[in-house]
Design a protein around this ligand. Structure first.
Ligand code: HEC
Length: 164
């Protein structure tokens, strides 16, 4: 090997190891994120038999839960509710953890869910909005009864109770 070749080889090794190192760092961060989250999701995961699920559909479902939680507060405080229709349409196409999760009842239930969402935006006044909101949570529950019972206790928390 002449000097030029040596330099080239050395440079190449340096570059590859830098890249590998960067990748390892990234993996470490992901692992850390997962452990910090695991305490919260572990009990949920046990119930649903899908540990550490991170599918497109389950990520969407998690943000749907958060969005409805915020929406309930907005309605109760008579604030303008945000438009979730574009986001919730994703339930038709998002890929689940297990391809067999979506059975033939999934699509009709997803359509019913989005119809109830539409009704929420037609509702006027706090009382009507709260009624429509509870109906929407009901359609989360209907699909979950059929498709994925694990998170039902969590979804139940979204209901607005009569005394509110
Ligand atoms: C048409 C059926 C359907 C509807 C409607 C539905 N879900 Fe889901 N949901 C599913 C399925 C299927 C999964 C499992 C996803 C997977 O395994 O990838 C799921 C998963 C979840 C999870 C667990 C996510 C996780 O991995 O941590 C939560 C929480 C959830 N849904 C909340 C909701 C809420 C809140 C609503 C109503 C706003 C709702 N779902 C409406 C079918 C539905």
């Amino acid at each position: 090997m002449n000097l030029q070749q040596k330099c080239f080889t050395l440079g190449f090794i340096l570059l590859t190891s830098l890249m590998l190192w960067g990748c390892a760092q990234e993996r470490k961060e992901v692992a850390q994120e997962e452990t910090s989250e695991s305490a919260e999701t572990q009990s949920e995961a046990k119930k649903t038999n899908f540990p550490n699920k991170k599918s497109e559909l389950s990520l969407l479902m998690r943000s749907m839960w958060d969005s409805l939680d915020n929406m309930r507060e907005d309605i109760q405080n008579e604030r303008k509710i945000s438009d979730l229709r574009a986001m919730f349409k994703g339930i038709h196409t998002a890929t689940p953890t297990d391809e067999h999760t979506k059975t033939e009842v999934y699509e009709p239930l997803a359509v019913a869910f989005n119809q109830n969402l539409e009704k929420l935006y037609e509702a006027e006044g706090k009382d009507m909005q709260l009624k429509a909101y509870n109906l929407l949570v009901e359609s989360c529950m209907t699909c979950h009864e059929q498709q994925c019972p694990g998170p039902m206790s969590k979804i139940r928390k979204l209901y607005v109770k009569n005394e509110d």
